[in-house]
Design a protein around this ligand. Structure first.
Ligand SMILES: [Zn+2]
Length: 311
């Protein structure tokens, strides 16, 4: 049995995970980042010990603990180098947790951890290499090679959300213009939806948002496109086109067996995947050779705990 920990900006989620990647027990507490890392480390240890006890186990039966952090972690040193949302810089998280529980601890970035879960137990199971792209508020990504996270020489790879796709004039959080994140996040769909209904106030997007521009969601835009609303279809077609360019770039660099699409936007299912696969096939370099299959993620929010447990 292993312990998986998912530290989010809002909640710390902890789970006991068996050898088949199934979560057998979970617990959580609010993160409340302002109280500092020592209190958070103590909570992680306390929830873990509670779960071990609840399942009638002893700590000696726990093989390892893994932690997904919303930032950059140096696993060899057990230090979180940076986690902006937690206000952490060079935090000795592993040492702090070891004050309360004696198990081997590994850490990695939360997007890498989710990609590990998808690659091993989710949509990528049975493959040797997979890239998972999470389309949410931003664009997260992880590259899994032979069952392990590949996170580069300085612990921050891959940041596929920040590969530049084209000059759309949209400033990314990273300070550059035209990152994949500014084209392919849920935030991008919302931004384009709002912009479009200013010009076309009769668009179904606005109706689905209850007539309030500020209430427009990515789902409103997608649902309006499904119902053949012209304004929404234009936005969605562009969205697919630029996401496909990003995926082709990723395939050109890494040539993985599968590209897994997760996050809120992936809930559009085949409405997204079908045109996306078509666009990728048009732009792929070697059209007569096999290349990565594109699949929807399977594990949802559980990926954070499952992936952490198998780090
Ligand atoms: Zn960027």
């Amino acid at each position: 049995m292993r312990i998986g920990v998912d530290i989010g900006g809002t909640n710390i989620a902890v789970g006991l995970v068996d050898k088949d990647g199934k979560i057998v027990a979970t617990g959580s507490r609010p993160t409340e980042p302002k109280r500092g890392y020592a209190a958070i480390a103590k909570d992680i240890a306390e929830i873990s010990l509670e779960l071990v006890k609840r399942c009638g186990l002893d700590v000696s039966q726990i093989e390892a603990m893994g932690i997904g952090v919303p930032g950059v972690a140096d696993n060899e040193k057990g230090i979180v180098l940076r986690a902006v949302n937690l206000y952490w810089t060079k935090v000795p998280l592993v040492k702090e947790i070891h004050k309360y529980i004696d198990v081997p601890i590994n850490m990695d970035n939360d997007a890498n951890v989710a990609a590990l879960a998808e690659g091993v137990f989710g949509a990528g199971r049975g493959t040797n290499s997979s890239v998972t792209i999470t389309l949410g508020t931003g664009v997260g990504s992880g590259f899994i090679l032979n069952g392990k996270v590949f996170n580069g020489s300085h612990h921050f790879a891959p940041e596929l959300g920040h590969i530049v796709i084209g000059d759309n004039g949209v400033l990314c959080n990273c300070g550059k213009v035209g990152c994949l994140e500014t084209f392919a996040s849920a935030t991008a769909l919302i931004r384009e939806g709002k912009k479009a209904v200013m010009k076309n106030s009769d668009s179904l997007i606005l109706k689905l948002a209850g007539g309030e521009i500020e209430s427009i969601t990515a789902k409103n835009v997608i649902d309006a496109a499904r119902q053949f609303d012209e304004t929404a279809m234009l936005i969605f077609n562009d969205y697919v086109k630029y996401l496909a360019i990003g995926i082709v770039n990723i395939i050109n660099i890494l040539d993985p067996e599968v590209v897994i699409i997760g996050g809120g936007v992936a809930n559009a299912g085949d409405f997204l995947l079908k045109p996306l696969k078509e666009e990728v096939s048009k732009n792929i370099l070697f059209k007569d050779l096999p290349y990565a299959d594109i699949r929807k993620a399977e594990l949802g929010n559980d990926a954070g705990i499952i992936g952490a447990a198998i780090l």
